[in-house]
Design a protein around this ligand. Sequence first.
Ligand code: GDD
Ligand code: MN
Length: 396
Amino acid sequence: KIPALEVHSSNTPNEEIAESSSIYLSLILPTYKERINVIGMVAILTTLLDEALPGAYEIIVVDDDSPDQTWEVALRLMTHYPALRVMRRTGIRGLASAVLRGWQAARGEVLGVIDADMQQSPEVLLQLLEKLHFGADLAVASRHIEGGGVSNWNLFRRGLSRGSQLLGLLVLPEIVGQVSDPMSGYFLVRRQAIANRRLRPCGSKILLEVLSEGDVQQIEEVGYVFHEREERQEIVLKKNIEFIKHLLRLRLRVSRLRRIWRRRKSFPTTRFMQFGVVGLTGVLLNTLLLSTFQGQLGLGVLASSLIAAELVIVGEFTWNDVWTFGDIARQQRQWNQLVKRFMKFNIVCVMGLMLRAIILALLSGGLSFNIYAANMLAISVLLLWNFWISLKLSWR
Ligand code: GDD
Ligand code: MN
């Protein structure tokens, strides 16, 4: 079991470092078998940060006793790069715990992490720093927003990553829903946001712990292209399973209500009310269309419910796109962006209808709830589900 690790606040000196420091940024480079990449990475980061933060940054390589002696290469680099520090952990493995261990020894006001294998462009760091400079508590490099992506992402990996993200939205909507790329391992966070918080790292996705346990109010994102490298499918699968296990562990750890209560200030209430008006109008319209198709046109139950449902989805999307999320839609006017929003909204609504049917069956069938009460409850869950997922997936 990995012990809970705390990142100290800047006014209580870390056990390793007594003196106060003028370090602004502490960037962790977690390494495992990166003896070649680490050289290039440290050189590029140093050039970049010597320019952006001369004398006010440190790079901390945290190596888990790599069999290719990455730690030894990094130690030799220290003579050329005064801002470089190296930690070698023995007898323990794990990306998330390595990053946290590095943050424990860090001196900076801002703590960050970037992969050491050149798959994440270092230049994005400057944009992340800018977000922090303008007040963000957390700045995340994301593959899933404008300007983001993955080079030659095969279908298997793309499907797995999106599937894990959607599952995350189901299991931990109040956490995973805060960012578009919850699996990112490339971000900067203000030390104060996570200082003296009990972070319990597991697997490789450290961002989940920061979002779950940190006091993060303002989150900003920057799109970046993740440079895919060929990786055996079982390794990719293993990482996604690790992510899902971490989600479940977090779900059990902190009650959803406490977490939602903690984040209540940032809940978009007005948007939710507008979405509710659109949604309830949709329910009425659906009933009207159903009786028209079955009564006047003599269509069968299945055909009329499918056509009615789809017409309502199109109507709700259009109204939401103009009214509820109009400000976001106006920034994404291209046709392909509109189609993408609509397709995602369609999938969310169809999944929502299935969710509603399951809840209805459970309540009225299983728990013999009164059908109207069960329906009202199912519709409200549907509304919340559609709103939250649409906000995080369609209108981002
Ligand atoms: N110290 C240490 N211990 N470092 C590790 C370990 C470990 O057990 N496992 C991996 N690393 C280092 C790698 O050397 C690399 O620098 C970085 O952590 C990312 O590991 P990869 O194995 O390359 O991850 P990826 O290519 O699948 O990238 C995905 O996961 C990363 C980590 O969460 C993507 O989601 C990235 O966005 C994310 O940063
Ligand atoms: Mn990698």
